[in-house]
Design a protein around this ligand. Sequence first.
Ligand code: NDP
Length: 298
Amino acid sequence: MSAAVIDGKAFAAGLRQRVGVAAAAFAAQAGRKAGLAVVLVGEDPASAVYVRAKGKATLEAGMASFEHRLPAATSEAELLALIAQLNADPAVDGILVQLPLPAGIDEQAVIAAIAPDKDVDGFHIDNAGRLAVGQEGFVPCTPLGCLMLLQDALGDLSGKEAVVIGRSNIVGKPMAQLLLNANATVTIAHSRTADLPAVVRRADIVVAAVGRPEMIRGDWLKPGAVVIDVGINRLAPTDDAPKGRLVGDVAYDEAAGVAAAITPVPGGVGPMTIAVLLRNTLVAAYRHAGLQMEGDAL
Ligand code: NDP
């Protein structure tokens, strides 16, 4: 058997296109563009790449992008003052503070300062709580993107056995909540789980969010499982790949021989994150303007 490839890149391109259409409709109705503010503190090169990509995608979707680049020496008080200003700015619908923040700034305090109705990353405790109790709020972009891919591949998830490997607040926990809300039977595995291969072997749906290259082997999977690989790991450089190859948390070639469908790395979950961020920003804009989005394609 060879698994179907779940093409996150193509799905994300479609979502971005639909967001673009809806963003144009919003601008026409509201008399202003939806706006996303992205805050980068310091010079971390990977973070700078992400921030640039987010700004570019925001503009391409026909939304306004506000980039704030602050020096690494910025104090927590200065950052909190900027967030207060963005919270009060009616042109800003979404606020994203790129993590990680430099040492000396309390990430939790910064996230807590973002107005929950502008927290398009879904990291604020209000939004985490809303997801836990099944109320409307904002859901973190990566797990929401994974849910979209799963629903596209499988349709109804009711009654499926799902195993989420990883329990971070950014991926694993919200992923488990989303699957639970979709009526899957959910197990969350982590570094203290006993006999992880046996736990994974029960699953119709496996979501791997560990951060360990190719840890999940093909023979851990139930034949016909659907595998979502969130991991992004760069291997040591080789002659063939001088920058180091990117791999997921799942041993792809082995898994593709057993699974029914699997996301590749790169080109699977990765592109979904920005597409969902744009989607969340547009949803925030509609809520701020008190307008109803036409259709429910997002
Ligand atoms: P964290 O490091 O915050 O969490 C990793 C989780 O994996 C923890 O819950 C940890 O368990 C668990 N874990 C670690 N080792 C093992 C093990 N040997 N067996 C079972 N579980 C284990 O990572 P994130 O959730 O932030 O990210 C996970 C991966 O997803 C990373 O590769 C990251 O790069 C990627 N990622 C990709 C995104 C995208 O595609 N856009 C976005 C976000 C993340 P414990 O809690 O017990 O320590």
